[in-house]
Design a protein around this ligand. Sequence first.
Ligand SMILES: Nc1ncnc2c1ncn2[C@@H]1O[C@H](COP(=O)(O)OP(=O)(O)OP(=O)(O)O)[C@@H](O)[C@H]1O
Ligand SMILES: [Mg+2]
Length: 360
Amino acid sequence: MKESVPGLKDEQPYSDRLQPADKAVAVEFRSVSKSFRSRNADVAALFDINLQIETGEVFGVIGHSGAGKSTLLRLVNLLEHPTSGELRAGNLDLTTLKGAELRSWRRQVGMIFQHFNLLSSKTVWQNIALPLRLAGTPKTGITPRVTELLTRFDLQPLAHRYPAQLSGGQKQRVGIARALACHPKILLCDEATSALDPETTLSVLELLASVNREFGLTIILITHEMDVIRRVCDRVAVLADGRIVEIGSVADLFLHPQHPATRRLVFEAEQINEQEQEQNLSRVAGHPVLRLTFRGEATYEPLLGSIARETGVDYSILSGRIDRIKGVAYGQLTLALVGGNVSAALQRFSANNVHVEKLS
Ligand SMILES: Nc1ncnc2c1ncn2[C@@H]1O[C@H](COP(=O)(O)OP(=O)(O)OP(=O)(O)O)[C@@H](O)[C@H]1O
Ligand SMILES: [Mg+2]
């Protein structure tokens, strides 16, 4: 008999109702708050979260310890339930799901963890097979799926090893294979590379980027490593004290952070000392100081020299870096302009798609 689910708008079968009304949105938070009841007091973890995660994007969540990142992630697979507000996927209010329908939603959301959470008494093969067995997949379906995943993630030679016999990177590959076993639409990553060395982190990130591209998988990723965000995410939200304080494309957020919490995280990661910057500014008092941001090809154009020659301005360089965001080069330079025709120089920078921010 079909289970009835309160709060649903129509009588379509569950699988049809899960087809997103707006296919571009994988999951939506509408004014979601979450507090935990402990013996002495309520702990408020999230306040009034409004967020649409788009289908197929890699969405990053950053914020200091205790900001509410893991709680936000655990709401998506309903390991935690909102205290108020709505969580939606298509026409469904996910918070109304129960029983078989709740289990079905959870199968659509895979999860990987910092400490891998593999079952130590089971082999790699058995760990990957576990979610399929729990979902009631017949044996004839389990073997080909596990074999496919072992091959896809280069785990064939390790199939009969136990977790204790694997490196961190190998364990996380098993974690990813297991999370993808039931063909989820969303993959949640809670600090999934934080226990790995930098080289292994890169290989796991490449793997995540490739499954995102190959399967159109939506990925929601929490990390305290800004480099992880820069390499793989499309958009990012900054959480501070349970609220989203800034949200935007990774390039906008890293190159032009607005909120103090975002500035702290980005500057910490880039080892930019705001006090030192202030001191540098005072050394060039009286001269206009600009932060120039070059994106893409403009990063490598020999613009500074030609603009200096044409306009007669000279530069003192106060700070600078060249790096990449999701594979696209960018450069950021803080300069004091000395002498020459400053407004002509500003016009030439803007005409060459260089973002100009006046600092003084
Ligand atoms: N089960 C729980 N019971 C009571 N309070 C909780 C529970 N889970 C989380 N909290 C509280 O909610 C707040 C947010 O916790 P959360 O684990 O989401 O933070 P986080 O941003 O993931 O931090 P970290 O970076 O340290 O992992 C914290 O104040 C935490 O103590
Ligand atoms: Mg956490």
